[in-house]
Design a protein. Structure first.
Length: 353
């Protein structure tokens, strides 16, 4: 991720500027004076994280006074493109999406730009094309936090398997590159086996099984999302490696998501850490920025009023990087990275019904 574009100024670096010609002032309205209609495409519904996002979205649409239409592209960019066309035909005023293939979405974004329909992407950033705002966390920080935790726990030596997401996704690339670079720089005595999984739990389980067979002395697993959680725990249990953190046989496991099951497993000693990706804030700020776009507002790089930072990743593309804390059993600091305990009430995974 290009983070060199963060503005550094002592003045107020975030501004919300209303443009002229915004009908209704601060109210988002449709052509008939009613609530503005927006489309939200859910990227998938086969993980706890995305099901949580799906649950939060209607809640925040209601709070923001938006009329919501939804589709589910099921991790298929062709289906996402078709869903975009459906939204256009339904007259939506803005679209939020989370394209999992961040390169292939460019033609759809071009179509929406030609029709002056603003787009907010959640969790992922398109490789090309214009969007009003990207809402995601700093995914490089995910990899760095996982590296610092495992490097500290393994005391700089041993073998680790990294279960990567889809490298066609900016998230998979960011987490992979940052973890690998951090390990090489700070813990050169640790060997990292990178395994591409396409965010697929069955593939992750198969590849982890092979690595554990070839290298029974593996002492750490970094899975880039909770998609691999169940399979990883099952494999460790089968090999009598699902042991307490103070057991010499224990394999240290770090995940990324912050779903309730991860928090429970940290408390139980089954896994050791996660990075809490804010499903609730993804839903909230995706719609917040869509509403702002419809109202004709603009934003500038800099700190926000919700504990995040807007950066400019390239000309015409801003990204609001939301907070994503490390979560560990003791809530300690690892390699200088602070963490929260799994029962911390500020974590969305402890507040979803």
């Amino acid at each position: 991720m290009n983070r060199s574009s963060i503005a550094a100024t002592a003045a107020v670096v975030m501004s919300v500027v209303a443009l002229g010609g915004c009908a209704g002032g601060e109210n988002s309205t449709g052509d008939d004076g009613g609530a503005a209609v927006v489309g939200v495409d859910y990227p998938r519904s086969d993980t706890d994280f995305w099901n949580s996002y799906i649950k939060y979205t209607p809640q925040f649409a209601e709070e923001l006074g938006l009329d919501l239409k939804t589709t589910n592209s099921q991790n298929d960019v062709a289906k996402l493109t078709s869903n975009v066309q459906s939204f256009i035909s339904q007259g939506v005023k803005g679209i939020a999406m989370a394209p999992q293939d961040t390169a292939a979405i460019a033609p759809a974004l071009q179509t929406l730009a030609s029709k002056k329909i603003p787009v907010v992407t959640i969790d992922t950033r398109p490789d090309q094309g214009q969007v009003f705002m990207v809402v995601r966390a700093d995914n490089r920080a995910y990899g760095e936090k996982a590296c610092q935790f495992l490097g500290t726990k393994l005391k700089g030596a041993g073998k680790v398997v990294m279960l990567q997401g889809d490298l066609a996704s900016i998230n998979g690339r960011d987490r992979t590159e940052a973890f690998s670079e951090c390990m090489k720089k700070n813990y050169p005595g640790i060997t990292v086996f990178g395994e591409a999984t396409n965010w697929d739990g069955a593939i992750a389980s198969q590849k982890l099984q092979i690595r554990l067979t070839e290298h029974p002395d593996i002492k750490g697993v970094y899975m880039q999302s909770s998609f691999a959680l169940a399979g990883t725990l099952q494999l460790l249990k089968q090999r009598d490696l699902l042991t307490a953190p103070d057991d010499p046989k224990h394999v240290f496991v770090v995940s990324n998501d912050g779903i309730p099951k991860e928090l429970q497993d940290i408390g139980a000693g089954n896994i050791d850490a996660t990075v809490s990706q804010p499903a609730d804030l993804y839903a909230k700020y995706a719609l917040y920025y869509l509403k702002a776009a419809i109202e004709g507002k603009t934003f500038q790089p800099g700190p926000t009023d919700h504990d995040s930072t807007i950066i400019q990743v390239r000309d015409g593309v801003l990204e609001d990087q939301l907070s994503a804390p490390l979560v560990t059993l003791d809530g300690g600091a690892y390699g200088g990275v602070p963490s929260l305990k799994p029962d911390d009430k500020s974590l969305w995974g402890n507040n979803i019904g």
